[in-house]
Design a protein around this ligand. Structure first.
Ligand SMILES: N[C@@H](CCC[C@H](N)C(=O)O)C(=O)O
Length: 283
């Protein structure tokens, strides 16, 4: 039996790329089978992507918290569900604005499995997302082959292990998930390997849970910034100087992001979002 054709849009944020599936009332994809997500994300036999974002009205999802018109139903490339995607939420916002479904002159609240994230469209074409408060959960360890590093456990709604390394090459080819403490991360973890580039300036590679090595990770950028600020003795948020926000430049293989840790303990992620293609799929 052939699958009826359905629309898709392709986009990326700092080369973290996604297949968007418009399904406003939930009638096109049902419960969105993991096999369809994996087929769409396949870079040879599919469209190719680090994940899939179903564009759906919050009211069409029985288990989604109310309070927003639109919901980011995010899946990793292997079909698994994640709570949040910092690059994806900007790409979703760009799509909704381009379609005339939202007003880019106004802050845009979007539903996610980690609650409501509000996107602001900046005058220079970038977007800033309020990613919420980071949770610093202590130290852990990650390993690739024979090499192991201490890692900072940061929860950004999804789990991260942030390891500071001497060189971005230290983690090798990252074809497999890094070893990690399964008691600390029972549902897997996104692992960031970080180097310093200068004052309040870092760069990282990431191995994403469910997607492999990607060219960028927005929640990862926030986790990296927070871990770096703490390591630098510049802790922002509640622990920072009263009334002062702290901003870091965060480079990824796919571009540049800015993360601001506010005096009110919010992390603000600023970066681009680009739509590159649209079409129909029968996968
Ligand atoms: N690339 C995303 C994160 C996507 C989810 C992640 N792989 C997970 O399983 O938690 C981002 O930009 O934040």
């Amino acid at each position: 039996m052939t699958t009826p054709a359905y629309p898709f849009v392709k986009g990326h944020g700092t080369e973290n790329d996604f297949v968007l599936l418009p399904d406003h009332d939930g009638s096109v994809h049902g419960d969105l089978p993991a096999a369809r997500v994996a087929a769409l994300c396949d870079r040879r036999a599919g469209i190719g992507g680090d994940g899939v974002i179903r564009v759906i009205r919050t009211a069409a999802l029985a288990d989604a918290a109310a309070g927003t018109e639109w919901f980011m139903d995010y899946r990793n490339a292997d079909g698994s569900v994640s709570e949040m995607c910092g690059n994806g939420v900007r790409v979703l916002a760009r799509h909704l604005a381009d379609e005339g479904l939202v007003d880019p002159a106004e802050p845009l609240p979007l539903g996610t499995r980690d609650g409501v994230k509000t996107v602001v469209f900046e005058a220079d074409g970038t977007m800033t997302v309020d990613m919420g408060s980071p949770r610093l959960l202590g130290d852990s360890e990650v390993a690739v082959g024979e090499r192991a590093w201490k890692a900072t456990h940061v929860d950004m709604g999804n789990p991260h292990a942030v390891a500071f390394v001497g060189s971005l090459d230290d983690a090798g080819s990252l074809l497999e998930p890094p070893e990690h403490d399964r008691a600390t991360y029972p549902h897997g973890v996104n692992v960031e390997f970080v180097v310093r580039r200068g004052a309040r300036h870092v760069a990282f590679r990431v191995h994403e849970r469910g997607s492999g090595e990607t060219r960028s990770c927005g929640t990862g950028a926030c986790a990296v910034m927070v871990a770096a600020a703490v390591a630098d003795g510049e802790a922002g948020g509640d622990a920072g100087p009263p009334g002062q926000d702290l901003a870091y430049t965060v480079d990824v293989p796919g571009g540049r992001l800015t993360v601001t840790w506010t005096a009110g303990d919010r992390t603000l992620l600023t970066g681009p979002a680009v739509l590159v293609a649209r079409g129909t799929s029968t996968l």
